[in-house]
Design a protein around this ligand. Sequence first.
Ligand SMILES: C[S@@+](CC[C@H](N)C(=O)[O-])C[C@H]1O[C@@H](n2cnc3c(N)ncnc32)[C@H](O)[C@@H]1O
Length: 277
Amino acid sequence: MSSYEDYTRVSRNYDKTRGPVGIEVIIGCMAQARTPLEEMVVLDAGCGTGNYSRALLEHVGKIIAVDLNEDMIGVAKGKLARAHDNGQISFHVSRIGELPFEDASFDGVMVNQVLHHLPDEPAKGFPVHRRVFRELARVLKPGGILTVNTCSRKQLEHGYWYYNLIPQAAKTLRNRFVPIELLLEIFEESGFVYRGRFAPLDVPMQGPSYFDPQGPLRKEWRDGDSTWSLTTADELEQALQRIRELDEGGELEEYVVRNDAWREDLGQASILYASRR
Ligand SMILES: C[S@@+](CC[C@H](N)C(=O)[O-])C[C@H]1O[C@@H](n2cnc3c(N)ncnc32)[C@H](O)[C@@H]1O
């Protein structure tokens, strides 16, 4: 389970703002596997509501989708009912660090925006992450492809216009993310060869709704970014109050533009790509 977000509740709102940002990059990376793309069996590790699975499905042979939260999987199943019925996708409630699959079962594995939910200990070098990557390496065939969609510390510092309104929560979030350099070391020690890194620059993680200056005032909008769940009641109230004041003073749109200035150059997320040795 996520160690801080209530995905049972969020499952009802997640798709109101979130989509498969960067899927074209993931497809391009998967196409580098030894198995032809259209025959690949791909694991969607932490599939959530199935947005990435749905977008990848028409390009690959089969997807096995895994998530710890039954309600997120329930939404995914509803969306992908036909593919589920014809066996092109199957769903499993499981932890990505203890997968119920044989060694070398998959040609590809994708992990999209899941790692920061792992309950880990940064001070001890992220042992839970290390276990997860050993497990992903175990189930991937030699030459199979791994894609990891995560965020760099810089992207988290400058890539989201509203993080300056909730600095404590944003800092807590940053500390949950494994620094990219360390992730590359973990790849290496788990049996992966790092092959590259891409940052989608054109589309924010919450799509066009990201630009809604009043978005944070609505719970369903905040459900598109779990950082809001890391706020204390006081920090949240202060942030919402600041938005109302900026709005009343006619300065809110300018605030968004000013605090969004770096995003187009940095992007909000990084897709790392590696192959199994
Ligand atoms: C931000 S959502 C991402 C969902 C989907 N990958 C996407 O990008 O749309 C994080 C998901 O990771 C799942 N999750 C968190 N920890 C997990 C774990 N240890 N094993 C499996 N799933 C996990 C949560 O239940 C949630 O559905």
